[in-house]
Design a binder for this molecule. Structure first.
Ligand SMILES: Cc1cc2nc3c(=O)[nH]c(=O)nc-3n(C[C@H](O)[C@H](O)[C@H](O)COP(=O)(O)OP(=O)(O)OC[C@H]3O[C@@H](n4cnc5c(N)ncnc54)[C@H](O)[C@@H]3O)c2cc1C
Ligand code: FES
Ligand code: FES
Length: 1414
């Protein structure tokens, strides 16, 4: 179908004004107004028609083209100025430079409230400090013609191959040769047991299919979630049992299905059910330890498994058992609380049924899997296939890691040889002099053996502790040490802890070849030499670890960005052998440093220089210098690794190694009985983290019960039992296809897509691209929910790397994944990418949204200060990646299950793009596995691609993005560059502030969020300007407290700079500038943390401690909640049996809305009959666009949906109360009232909407104080405490609200200390998964977290006095960063360095260490 581009069919002059707002518009100062004009154009309007202020500033842009005669709605969001009087505002509506319509609005502003507000602001605009986060979706009505699709220039797609091309394809393996058939064959079904039931695996499933996908999509056991597919999040945790062995934890996403022969697997469904929950699952419910619930089954399994293994119940170790599990919602505190109950639980696991392992083979689509039981079988298989890409499988966990390093041929194996049951490789021998451990032994076994040995040789303890920092229990329980060594060999940049430790211990590897000949080699020699030497089938047999002698001191280090489940920034091991029993004369030394460049480096020159010397301070200082010189020489040319490695500052790595050496040497001196000076003692120690604890304080008003009560979440048990369904958990319809996108890898025009090899993969069904969009007559441009193309086309260069260019459809995700790898794309000439904000500015790609906001008039100060701060992007890291499952209904319409935050927008977008009536499209979901703003617009490409696939194939299609693809394809919280110029008085009072913020919005302004702010400060004069910069990053978008968080963070940088510049404590300067309305929260916080005494004792500590410094920072937040812009609907149906069905338009994203909605409904229905109970109410799921007319409903974001949904419920229930009133009588129960009312024909289904007249905007004030401790030598941070005081009004549910507050605080902690998108020069995202992008873990949270909800004596919020909890606390999390800066300041002061210095977030170890020194 040929489509023409939009063209104007008639001149513009036929723009008709259909309706306009009241004019003059009466309002109060500062009031938020939403005037609406309705216009109709007689001609097609091209995209980007704009409404501008008369001065030229763009107010809103209608990004999508508008067909002739369509009604166009222009809704403005603006605040009236803060003064009384009349203001005339003129606007012009323009297109392509032509004025289409002039619009004029007179505001008649009269003050009615006495309350004091911010200074008058001379223009229509936004009150600085609060932000309008209006989402400017072009409001296109589909009540007339649907838009015709644009012309699509589809790239050529090759789907078949000519005869000559065949040899280009990887050769597929032929079925088994007879010798091997004799040993392994014939093929028998793979059998193993799942939750006690034996399963025979169907023969068509790919060899590389994971256990997780099998459980979920073949058995329907969807409690096992897939959050990352690379062992990084723990959502897929299961328990494995083998005969005669302890149970083991495992990541089902890394576990190949075909490695399961004879094993037993326990999933969360077997731990307990909703009907019969396990005590652990009940503890999760009791402590509200789940929010979105996506991580919850994995958490339950990790703890259950720890107990089943007989793991320690000491609080520290118990908290550590979720080392491999991430939660993005809760902030872990309630999970820790639930775990405390686990200490009282006993979990017994019946032993696995004994069945002797036997050799087996499976052959699938040209690949082979061998299960071996002896070395003879291993070498028989290797004898044939050693030269073919192959993998010796033990845990298969390397697949979660190796993709981050340059590829090795064996990364794409055709042959798998399973070593797990090879007895010779599992043997362990301990002698007096050492330990020999077989190559198939797991890391857990190695730890246990060393732990046992350490009882007699304490020196081994650091090695044990270090090994416990390798990965996490789910990996360590199944992964072999030898597999780790082999990753380091095949991917030399991998910072292996295992190799480092073995090398430090002078361990020797034993290799064995097919003739059973063995040879012993040094670990470093093994890594560097071209082994196997003679026999291509040579493998690792075992390792022999000599025990350190009595006069030996051993220490090892792993410096990490995050405290758990993280690879090393630098790791190091130091072994000192001393002459004789006393003293510190070095007889021998071994110094090994990792992650400097390639494999671990043995610093032999430094070791030599130590020989015969006393390890005193002179020797240590000299050795530090020698070591640094040696490392420098080793590097020859220090390299900053290019993608795909994450960049750890090379200078930091060079600095760190000598510091670690010094620490080890000092500890050695102390261990040998020598006294250390106070400064030395401080250098020798690292902060020790005690178990985390949390405290919550709130008051409860029982008069509104059950509303206002701290009830547990209604979906908690479903979540803990794994039965809470997310989009990808729906029972799959027959013939469902699994889809994964192919992403653009170069910023260049697509020339040809060769999908022929992909289409050869067994199980791959088809490949779709822009050509298919064209073929079904849909548009390729989205331009509503998201601006861009569904699939990159050949006409223009892609807008960003990671854009979709096609979709592979297959019978399983695994087949689709293989297919995606085999789609080859030819690109035209690459163009230079615009990546940074600075690049964008140079190219002139700067766009305005709000213009300059100004408060007050210029007031001169005594000095002026300038400063800058920048941040990288922050990923949403919703645990459930973007997901859509769509299929056709019986009327040819589409049912689209989408993990999106805005159902109606998705429906409109689909209708518009697919050219279908909205009535034929039903968009729905039950819950989202986290969103935080990331699913408000980013859902669109996946959702549309899936619907195109459904329409093309006429089959159901499920897409769940892989974590890496999700990271690459979609934007994040936008990076910013902020600069300021302020004039101050000598005491730190700010007189005037000029702030300029450039936000790197990526390809489009759509996700722009106004980030200029004075937060909670009252400045006499401020000029705030925030602009967007268009670049080639994926379109960045709203993330929790968008703009507000950045604004507060930047404002605090200014405040901190002013305080340092005038030599005062930040608190003193903050108080000089604080908004009066902040006082209540601020003073309460200061009392709560005993600020003055705490500061004094902190200073005292710092004065005595040279290498550990503490820091403290208080921060306030003023947050405006624009409740009046929110609108929701609800319907309450009372059934004849007294049960109640509640429908509403809010989506459950983990914020506990459905719980609050039930509480509100129950409170109201109790007024009809006192015996009404909440359990009678059922929330209607899924929420779906077919249930309501969603017109006007706000998406679920901005923290306000819970309140506005409650408002709608109150209205619906109010109507019910009226309807049922005639039958209400004292002593009459609910059942009876319902029966009588029903009999009388009363209307017992009532609808309600957010009561616009009653819902007004409100302010929320909160304050928090972070206390941290940094390790000056390494740059690592420990957050000792966070105290938070929050005005939640009359909380609808304090337990739920505190969960939200804590969760948002932890996302801010991530921004402040850990998270940063790192990109290459071409815009490629370098840290694109859990291996390199680190969100906080359970060990990063404050050791003590105290949250207090302020008592609410005079409610001032519109819905039951409740104030929002989802976002405002996020602003306080900047305090983590500034507390670290405070601590660094103390370290700098001691060296005579200034406390005024610029540091950008996050406060990573490398930044901290660097700023402590220079
Ligand atoms: C989430 C995560 C976090 C991690 N964190 C860390 C960390 O902090 N520090 C760290 O050091 N490591 C870390 N690792 C790496 C982890 O230790 C390794 O993945 C694991 O030890 C590999 O063992 P495996 O048995 O699973 O190997 P597999 O994946 O089964 O095999 C890996 C490779 O070893 C080869 N191989 C296996 N056995 C032999 C043998 N006997 N002879 C020759 N070749 C053999 C295979 O052919 C294959 O190429 C992490 C891994 C993951 C997934
Ligand atoms: S899905 Fe397996 S660890 Fe994340
Ligand atoms: S509840 Fe843990 S990720 Fe959402």
């Amino acid at each position: 179908m040929a489509h023409e581009k939009h063209r104007l069919s008639k001149p513009f002059d036929s723009m008709e004004l259909i309706s306009q707002p009241a004019n003059p518009l009466k309002c109060q100062p500062g009031e938020l107004l939403s005037p609406v004009w309705q216009l109709r154009a007689g001609a097609n309007l091209p995209p980007n028609a704009a409404l501008r202020k008369a001065g030229g500033e763009v107010v809103t842009v209608i990004a999508d083209p508008v067909p002739a005669n369509c009604c166009l709605e222009l809704q403005l969001q603006l605040h009236a100025p803060e003064f009384e009087g009349d203001v005339v505002q003129n606007f012009v509506f323009t297109s392509e430079g032509e004025v289409l319509k002039e619009l004029s609005l007179v505001l008649c502003i009269r003050r009615s409230a006495k309350e004091r507000r911010a200074e008058a602001h001379p223009d229509l605009g936004i009150i600085p400090g609060s932000h309008t986060r209006r989402i400017y979706f072009g409001k296109l009505k589909l009540d007339t013609d649907l838009p015709s699709s644009e012309s699509i220039v589809a790239p050529e797609v090759i789907t078949t191959r000519g005869e000559d091309d065949w040899q280009l394809l990887d050769e597929k393996l032929m079925p088994l040769p007879p010798q091997l058939l004799q040993i392994f064959g014939p093929e028998a079904p793979l059998r193993f047991s799942v939750n006690g039931e034996e399963k025979a695996v169907p023969a068509h499933l790919p060899l590389t299919m994971s256990l997780a996908e099998y459980l979920r999509y073949e058995l329907g056991l969807t409690g096992t979630k897939i959050g990352c597919g690379e062992g990084g999040c723990g959502a897929c945790t299961v328990l494995l049992k083998a005969p005669n062995a302890k149970p083991r934890l495992a990541n089902a996403c890394l576990r190949p299905l075909h490695s399961m022969q004879g094993l037993e697997v326990t999933t969360v469904e077997d731990v307990g059910t909703v009907e019969k929950p396990h005590a652990l699952q009940q503890a999760f419910v009791k402590h509200n330890a789940s929010q979105c619930g996506m991580c919850t089954p994995g958490m339950v399994m990790a703890i259950y498994g720890h107990l089943a293994k007989g793991g320690s119940k000491q609080p520290q170790e118990l908290q550590g058992c979720i080392q491999g599990n991430l939660c993005r919602c809760t902030g872990y505190r309630p999970i820790h609380d639930a775990m405390k109950e686990a200490a009282a639980l006993e979990v017994t696991c019946s032993p696995a049924k004994a069945a002797a392992p036997k050799p087996m083979v499976w052959f699938r689509d040209g690949s082979l899997w061998f299960d071996c039981t002896s070395l003879k079988e291993v070498f028989a298989a290797l004898g044939h296939y050693a030269s073919v890409p192959h993998r010796l499988v033990v845990g298969n966990t390397s697949t979660g890691v190796t993709k981050y390093y340059p590829p090795h041929p064996n990364d794409e194996p055709k042959v798998f040889i399973n070593l797990q049951s090879v007895a010779e490789l599992r043997s362990i021998q301990r002698t007096d002099s050492g330990l020999t451990v077989g190559a198939a032994c797991t890391l857990t076994t190695l730890i246990e053996e060393l732990e046992t040995a350490s009882k007699e040789r304490q020196q081994l303890l650091p090695v044990v502790e270090h090994l416990k920092l390798v990965a996490h229990p789910q990996v360590r329980d199944v992964a072999s040490w030898a597999g780790n060594v082999m990753i380091a060999k095949t991917h030399p940049d991998f910072p292996s802890d295992v190799c480092l430790l073995l090398s430090t211990l002078k361990a020797k590897l034993t290799l064995i070849d097919s003739a059973q000949k063995t040879e012993q080699v040094d670990v470093i020699d093994f890594l560097s030499s071209k082994l196997p030497r003679n026999d291509p089938a040579q493998i690792i047999h075992s390792v022999t670890i000599p025990f350190p002698g009595a006069e030996t001191f051993l220490d090892t280090f792993k410096v990490m960005r995050r405290h758990m489940n993280t690879h090393a920034e630098v790791n190091a091991g130091f072994l000192f052998e001393f002459s004789g029993k006393d003293g510190v004369k070095v007889a021998n030394a071994r110094l090994v440093v990792g992650n400097i460049e390639h494999q671990p480096f043995v610093a032999s020159e430094t070791a030599k220089a130590l020989l015969g010397k006393d390890l005193d301070s002179v020797t240590i200082d000299a050795a530090k210098k020698t070591l640094q010189a040696e490392l420098k020489a080793h590097l020859a040319q220090p390299t900053v690794p290019e993608p795909p490695f994450v960049v750890v500052d090379p200078q930091y790595r060079l600095n760190l190694a000598p510091q670690l050496f010094a620490r080890a040497a000092l500890r050695a001196r102390r261990a040998r009985g020598l006294a250390l000076s106070a400064s030395e003692a401080s250098a020798a120690e690292a902060p020790l983290r005690p178990p985390a604890e949390g405290h919550q304080h709130f008051t409860v008003d029982s008069s509104t019960a059950p509303l206002g009560q701290p009830l547990t979440k209604v979906q908690g048990l479903d979540q803990a039992c794994g039965t809470a369904q997310f989009v990808a958990d729906a029972p799959l319809l027959p013939k469902t296809l699994f889809a994964l996108p192919v992403l653009v890898q170069k910023l260049a025009t697509l020339q040809r897509i060769d999908a022929s090899e992909c289409l050869q993969v067994e199980g791959v069904h088809s490949f779709l691209s822009a050509a298919d969009v064209k073929a079904i007559g849909a548009s390729n441009a989205m331009n509503l929910a998201y601006h861009g193309k569904i699939f990159a086309d050949a006409a223009e260069k892609p807008e960003h790397l990671g854009q979709f260019l096609g979709l592979v459809l297959a019978d399983s995700f695994e087949a689709a994944r293989t297919g995606v790898r085999l789609v080859h794309v030819e690109y035209g000439e690459e163009v230079e990418a615009t990546v940074s904000t600075a690049d964008g500015v140079l190219k002139g790609s700067v766009q305005e949204r709000h213009g300059v906001l100004s408060i007050g008039t210029h007031t001169p100060g005594t000095k002026s200060l300038q400063g800058k701060i920048s941040s990288a992007g922050q990923k949403h890291f919703y645990l459930e990646p973007q997901t859509t499952y769509a299929y056709t209904d019986c009327n040819g319409g589409l049912i689209v299950n989408s993990s999106c935050q805005v159902l109606d927008l998705a429906q409109t977008q689909l209708a518009k793009t697919l050219h279908m009536p909205m009535s034929k499209i039903n968009v729905q979901n039950q819950r989202l596995g986290g969103a935080y703003g990331g699913k408000a617009m980013l859902f669109a490409p996946g959702c549309l691609a899936v619907c195109i696939a459904v329409l093309k194939t006429k089959r159901p299609v499920l897409l769940q993005m892989d974590r890496t693809a999700d990271f690459q394809a979609f934007g994040a919280r936008a990076p910013f560059d902020a600069s300021w110029d302020c004039s101050i008085q000598d005491d730190g009072k700010i007189c005037s502030l000029k702030q300029e913020i450039l936000q790197n919005v990526g390809t489009d302004m759509m996700g722009f969020s106004q980030a200029s702010s004075v937060n909670c400060y009252n400045l006499p004069h401020a000029q705030l300007h925030c602009k967007g910069v268009i670049t080639n990053l994926p379109c960045n978008t709203w993330m929790r407290a968008p703009g507000d968080f950045e604004g507060a963070f930047i404002m605090e940088a200014i405040m901190e700079q002013v305080a340092r510049a005038v030599g005062r404590e930040p608190v003193e300067v903050q108080e000089l500038n604080l908004d009066e309305a902040m006082q209540k929260a601020w003073q309460r916080l200061k009392t709560k943390v005993s600020y003055d005494e705490t500061l004094k004792s902190l200073k005292d500590f710092n004065s005595k401690s040279r290498y550990r410094k503490k820091g403290i920072y208080c921060m306030g937040s003023r947050y405006k909640l624009e409740a009046s812009t929110f609108f929701e609907k609800a319907m309450v149906r009372v059934h004849v049996d007294g049960s109640v069905q509640l429908e509403h338009t809010g989506l459950e994203v983990g914020q506990g809305m459905d719980t609050k909605a039930l509480q509100a409904c129950a409170m109201e229905l109790k007024k009809i009959a006192g015996d009404f109970t909440m359990d009678k109410i059922q929330t209607q799921l899924p929420k779906s666009t077919k249930d309501f007319t969603w017109r006007g409903v706000t998406g679920t974001f901005g923290s306000l949906t819970s309140e506005t949904v409650v408002s709608a419920i109150l209205e619906a229930c109010g109507k019910l109360q009226k309807e049922m009133q005639p039958w209400v009588a004292a002593g009459r129960g609910w059942q009876e009232v319902v029966m009588l009312a029903t009999k009388a024909g009363a209307e017992l289904t009532q609808a309600g909407v957010t009561e616009k007249a009653k819902v007004h905007d409100y302010m929320l004030f909160s304050a928090g104080c972070a206390q941290v401790e940094i390790d000056v030598l390494t740059g690592e941070t420990q957050v000792n405490s966070f105290d938070l005081v929050y005005d939640c009004g009359k909380s609808l549910n304090p337990a739920v609200d505190i969960g939200q507050i804590e969760g948002s605080l932890m996302q801010a902690l991530g921004f402040s200390l850990l998270e940063e998108e790192t990109r290459g020069k071409d815009g490629r995202l370098i840290n694109c998964g859990t291996w390199d992008y680190k969100i906080p873990s359970g060990n990063d949270i404050p050791v003590r977290l105290d949250v207090e909800l302020l008592p609410c004596l005079k409610p001032d919020a519109p819905v039951m006095g409740s104030k929002a909890s989802g976002e405002p606390a996020q602003l306080l999390g900047g305090a983590f960063f500034y507390a670290v800066k405070d601590a660094i300041g103390y370290a700098r002061e001691e060296l005579g360095l200034s406390r005024v210095f610029r540091m950008d977030p996050p406060a990573s170890p490398s930044r901290i260490q660097t700023f402590c020194e220079q």
